[in-house]
Design a protein around this ligand. Structure first.
Ligand code: 3PG
Length: 410
């Protein structure tokens, strides 16, 4: 039996379909406007288009930000963007499950699409719980009786056991949308049985996430090598006993990262050949790049990139790999003086004949800047959900879909 059902398993014509998508986008702090339509476009061009073309009555549930955060906005503009992408009218309803929302759902005709208000404008949404618990909430009690089917397409929010993510699966036939399906299939390629050799490239500043992922993929024989860049690399070097210099060490302390050092040391002890760290770094001398070997550290200058020799070493490993996962840049890639390492390593990934998978906001932005996006096997739309998936964690949104297969008839 399939782990979860998909749109291939259901008839949707004339049926009311509740679709949970992840429209959560970057928002300009001043204008409150969406600055990147990547997520909206992904759902629009796949699941939503397909459902509307097949004659479903499409009801979209989504969130944007969290109450109290600057990116918490209504979904009116998201509905407008969706309409523009699909080139068809999309109605926005400023209500989640009150009479306005219910009447709009009842009035829907085949092929029509409505977007309900930001589901997080209802305080109950963000409380985590099991599908059975969440099915008893106002949101599910009010909307489920009006719907025939639940489609969860929000892989990027699947690490949240929130009401709209799992509650409907306890009471409605439930299937994965095309984005959910695509993400799970692609990520499984990188995590379940990756073709070997498999290299994980862990950069960026989230060293805690990088460490957890490294432990999981090395401990479970998934990755053959973990190569590190960015702030993560600095911390790994410090864990090896390298004195980075006062400024650099203070930076790691300030970011509250030094507590991770014992865990990194244990990992390196267990896999001395598999954890690969820089042999040289680029430091910032009055705004200019200067490369020095790691043996010449400590330095009073900030480390902002991996060095050329390290980039070459990483590129060689990547060239031999059949599967590559990349999360995070190798340095301060936004600054031209310090983008060399990121560019070289990302170019090597793009040139690889193996399967490559990339995720994370900065990684995607850097790939786009270098014009490499099209040469990557799969770019995930997810942030936190991707990280948790790569750590081997079960995502509540996915588990709920898998359990729905066992309990509900379509
Ligand atoms: C994301 O952007 O990672 C998801 O939409 C989840 O958002 P959250 O971290 O606010 O729950």
């Amino acid at each position: 039996m399939a782990k979860y059902l998909t749109l291939d398993d259901v008839q949707v014509k004339n049926r009311v379909v509740l679709v949970r998508v992840d429209f959560n986008s970057e928002i300009d702090q001043e204008t409150k406007k969406v600055t990147s339509d990547v997520r909206i476009r992904a759902h629009a061009e796949t699941t939503i288009k397909e459902l509307a073309e097949k004659g479903a009555k499409v009801v979209i549930l989504a969130h944007q930000g969290r109450k109290g955060d600057p990116d918490f906005t209504p979904l009116k503009q998201h509905a407008e963007i969706l309409g523009k992408i699909l080139k068809c009218p999309v109605k926005y309803v400023d209500d989640v499950f009150g009479d306005k929302a219910k009447n709009a759902i009842k009035d829907l005709k085949a092929g029509e699409i409505i977007v309900l208000e930001n589901v997080r404008s209802w305080d109950g949404e963000t409380k985590s719980g099991t599908p059975e618990q969440q099915a008893k909430t106002e949101l599910v009690q009010n909307l489920a009786p009006l719907a025939d089917l639940f489609v969860n397409d929000a892989f990027a929010a699947a690490h949240r056991g929130h009401v709209s993510m799992v509650g409907f699966t306890a009471v409605l036939p439930s299937v994965a949308g095309r984005i959910m399906e695509r993400e799970l299939k692609s990520l499984s390629k990188a995590l379940e049985q990756p073709e070997k050799p498999c290299v994980y490239v862990m950069g960026g500043a989230k060293a805690d996430d990088s460490l957890e992922i490294s432990k999981y993929v090395l401990g479970n024989g998934i990755a053959d090598y973990v190569v590190v860049g960015g702030v993560t690399a600095q911390l790994f070097l410090a864990a090896k006993g390298v004195d980075l210099g006062k400024e650099n060490m203070a930076f790691l302390e300030k970011k509250d990262l030094t507590g991770l050092i014992p865990g990194i040391q244990a990992l390196m002890k267990q896999y001395p050949q598999r954890v690969v760290v820089p042999v040289d770094v680029a430091i910032d001398v009055n705004g200019k790049r200067k490369e020095i070997p790691v043996s010449k550290l400590p330095s009073e200058h900030s480390i902002f990139d991996i060095g050329a020799k390290t980039a070459e070493n990483y590129a060689k490993l990547i060239a031999k790999a059949k599967s590559i996962v990349v999360s995070g840049p190798m340095g301060v890639y936004e600054n031209k003086e310090f983008n060399y390492g990121t560019r070289k390593v990302f170019e090597a990934i793009a040139d690889s004949k193996g399967f490559s998978l990339a995720g994370g906001g900065n990684t995607i932005a850097a790939l786009q800047e270098y014009g490499l996006s099209k040469k990557i096997g799969y770019i995930s739309t997810a942030g936190g959900a991707l990280i948790e998936f790569l750590m081997g964690k079960k995502l509540p949104g996915v588990v709920a879909l898998e359990n729905a297969v066992k309990t509900k008839k379509i």
